[in-house]
Design a protein around this ligand. Sequence first.
Ligand code: UDX
Length: 433
Amino acid sequence: MQIVVMGAGYVGLVSAACFAEFGHKVTCIDQDAKRIARLNQGEIPIFEPGLDELVAKNVERGTLQFGAGLLPALTSADAVFIAVGTPTRRGDGHADLSFVYTAAEEIARNLQRYTVVITKSTVPVGTCREITKVMRKANLKAEFDVCSNPEFLREGSAINDFMRPDRVIIGCETERASAVIQALYRPLYLIETPMVITAPETAEMIKYASNAFLATKITFINEIADLCEKTGADVQIVAKGMGLDGRIGRKFLHAGPGYGGSCFPKDAIALVRTAQDKGAPLRLVEATIDINRQRKKNMAMRVMDACDGSVRGKSIAVLGLTFKPNTDDMRDSVSLDIIPALQRAGAVIRAYDPAGMEEAKTLLKDVVWCNGPFEAMQGADAAVLLTEWNEFRALDIQRMKAALKQPVMVDLRNVYKPEDMERAGFRYVSIGR
Ligand code: UDX
């Protein structure tokens, strides 16, 4: 089948490369001509393990190409995916859909045959219907269906999530459109991936409800972690014990400094705004957002407490800056709360991240940028483990002790064992144990 993917951002690029890998003929377009030029030179503008190989392989075999304009790819397309950005709108927290509607109008004006238009970007409930209206207005005669096919890609494992998803959600209203989307995902039938075919509103809601639920699940275990600290319980084992209950499940019960990233914070806020507007407030999700925001702010206090109440004049090594490992994404990362807070309290920050430093340099000021974890720890009064990159999971404890001026470690991802650290003479602070 022939597909156009509009938007060469994170979701667009991964989807385009994966559909091409399935054997479809994919054209990925973006209004940013520079981005397209870079892609055509084989440069991948985002960090995602395996994406560069997948793109190169499919460009080589002719299943994937990049372009700046919608035509001529649209002429022979069976489906167009809208994968443009939906940032949080300034002021009111709603998702800003202007890029989506502009894309929809452009598609409508240029349609020449029946085409299925599919939203991949996370869009508020009701957007598919709005897109239909916008397209109809732009072109009375066009033949199309607008469907929702939300993505559930985690940064750092997006290709695997696309190729081996837990489920595919298809929100559409006609058999004709449903048949096209199912044909696009045909390779997944072999691995018996469940497909949920439903109305567009329901599909749109599944995406938001899933993300809000996961954000709430993380926030729940984070609060339990705080209580564990007061009661002497160990949150790691509590999470394991809870997770073995099939009704609860083990995943996303890892206590930490609070969730970040490009999706959970933005999607939870957008869902809460929709709910308030519709007069059906989601108080649990509202609380999740507040608790998480406050938690990220409070993390600097943990570091100060570990440093005898003050970091003034002290040097703090920060290991990891991205919101999670295997990405260069800094969006809503806890590092953006914790580092400025420590700096305001008088600390000098020495930081290292395996992939996020380029982006971090544009967001954080007056940081001593280091080339590795030990360089960051050299002469520092304490180390803070912020992101659980593999590179930080098995650091030589004695070498850390030798590098640091004081053996103090604040491990916000519970990577190390308290008994090992204490045996080595560290003052070791982790989460919920
Ligand atoms: C998320 C969803 O998982 C994905 O389905 C959706 O489509 C996009 O948003 P992503 O933002 O890439 O993916 O990262 P994810 O792995 O879900 O982690 C999000 C945040 O939660 C990170 O800050 C992570 O550190 C945190 N987290 C996750 C925890 O603190 N504890 C956990 O147990 C899991």
